[in-house]
Design a protein around this ligand. Structure first.
Ligand code: DC
Length: 231
């Protein structure tokens, strides 16, 4: 019997919980989880290390050609390699996130990552999260979800996360940062953050992770995903 390939695209603003939810749904479905934000973060790290200003489009666009990004999975966890070096831990800072938001606006940077993202979904069932998956990377994805939450809820979640890691932070600054990042991600010309016309909008502000995961699974099943019943 032919293997069913099914793709779930999850887009939405920073801090909406996309990665936690996508990872959990992928685990349950036995799908590969692809975090595309990590690829933009790796490019951002490359620029930061080279002292290239994220505002300098020409320098970023030229440098990106030397940044080879590879994705591997270790125990089902995605690892991002930058020119062969595993940078999965180093890309998780606020500075790298904000730089990623800036450099991801450049068409050369997006073009550099597009094929890699499509290749990962070519022969396997995936849940891929990002900003333009449903609109640009996988426009034919069987299920598209646009996951959002209010800026104050997203800021509070991020605040708690950082505090748990022992990182000093200020809630108002985090919220301001989130609002600025949303503004940059939605207003850029190249593949902006936008809900695809055929995406299901989920506002997770007042939902638990479990509730959001259930909505995603139910939506995928209603779109033809066949799940094995556990006995
Ligand atoms: O999801 P994240 O915070 O790891 O993403 C970091 C930045 O990368 C985000 O602010 C915008 C950019 N990004 C993008 O432009 N397109 C994607 N598909 C994923 C992320």
């Amino acid at each position: 019997m032919e293997k069913q390939i099914f793709r779930i695209a999850i887009d939405g603003p920073a801090g909406a919980g996309k990665s936690t939810i996508a990872r959990m749904a992928a685990e349950r479905l036995g799908f590969i989880y692809v975090d595309t934000g990590a690829m933009y973060r790796a490019i951002a790290l490359f620029c930061l290390r080279r002292g290239i200003s994220p505002k300098d489009e020409e320098a970023v666009s030229s440098a990106v050609k030397e940044a080879q990004i590879t994705i591997t999975h270790v125990d089902k966890e995605q690892r991002v390699l930058l020119n062969g070096e595993d940078v999965s831990g180093q890309i998780r800072t606020e500075q790298v996130g904000n730089t990623a938001s800036a450099v991801s606006a450049y068409p050369e940077v997006r073009a550099h990552l597009l094929n890699l993202q499509r290749d990962l979904a070519a022969n396997a069932s995936v849940i891929m999260d990002g900003r333009d998956i449903g609109t640009c990377v996988l426009p034919d994805a069987e299920t598209k979800i646009f996951l959002t939450a209010s800026p104050s809820v997203r800021a509070m979640r991020r605040f708690k996360e950082l505090k748990e890691k022992g990182i000093m932070c200020n809630l108002q600054e985090i919220e301001q940062d989130i609002i600025e990042r949303d503004q940059r991600d939605t207003s850029r010309a190249a593949a902006p953050l936008k809900q695809a016309e055929d995406a299901v909008l989920v506002d997770g502000s007042d939902m638990t992770i479990e509730q959001v995961v259930s909505i995603i699974m139910d939506t995928a099943i209603s779109h033809g995903l066949k799940v094995k019943q556990s006995v």
